[in-house]
Write a protein that binds this ligand. Sequence first.
Ligand code: SF4
Length: 337
Amino acid sequence: MSAAAFARDLSAWFRKNGRDLPWRRTTDPYAILVSEVMLQQTQVATVLERGHYTRWMERFPDFATLAAAEENAVLQAWEGLGYYRRARNLLALARTVAHRHGGVFPRDLESIRALPGIGPYTAGAVASFAHDTPAPLVDGNVARVLSRLDDDATPADSTAGQKRLWQRAAELVLAASSPRVFNAALMELGQTLCRPGAPLCLSCPVKKHCRATDPAALPVKRARPAPTRVVERVFLLQENGSVLLEQERGPRRTGLWKLPALPDAAHAAAPPVLLKTAYTITRYKVTLWVHEPPPGELVRAENHRLIPRAELGATPMPSPYRRALDTLLARREFRLH
Ligand code: SF4
């Protein structure tokens, strides 16, 4: 396959057929970075249709505004997207750009990679989309396209597979007349035609370059461990129009608020259940039980706080807890507290 001919055909297709997405209309590194970070673990439809990207850009339009924001406000604005570490990383990155780079996003790949929370994919995306630098990028969509193009059965999530994919992506982007267009086109091909399962090869603009014999079987991935089942038990306590919440301190959701954990001593007595729900996060399948408050006097922890109901909307909270709390507070028996 000629890299230059492939890049030319793919780019020509994209120029004609690429979707019009807000972050493709700009070369502002901040706007591109925000979209890339949001899209890392969240689908385009969620980011766009639920207005997350637009609202964020209205509230924090540039590095300087974000750098000056309180962490609580940033976490609250991120609500609904999950994986809050991304919001914290964006804040740390904005502060680094503001304080160490005079508010200007660096242009060279090495400086971009040195920024906090920036991995090789995000560095390649911002460098190519903002500055048209021939920087490679490989995400799940690109890995699928490249594995199929080369009919390569090396597991895409293995060290050897990743090395080959990044090398291939680098070779191809170097052959492109516009890295910005080429990288976007490669991703678009993976999202639309060269999709998971059976690809739409008959409509593919680079079919003549593709060596896949059984594309649906690619990319090969290593076997995943079975999800771990976890049980969370929390309780709902209301007092004078306020709800008792607990601030998380763990590595995943530090700073966020949730219903307080049922004390270990109360597990055996198991106060009546108000709600049972379930959610999945990374490799965990969580069953969330919301109980009535434990009997007897409650020892308040220092990370417990009574939050007035009117302030709950502005309190950053993981989505599963927000949904559980909203469901419970909408019930008649809880409306009058
Ligand atoms: S021909 Fe099919 S498998 Fe090959 S790149 Fe195009 S869509 Fe993917």
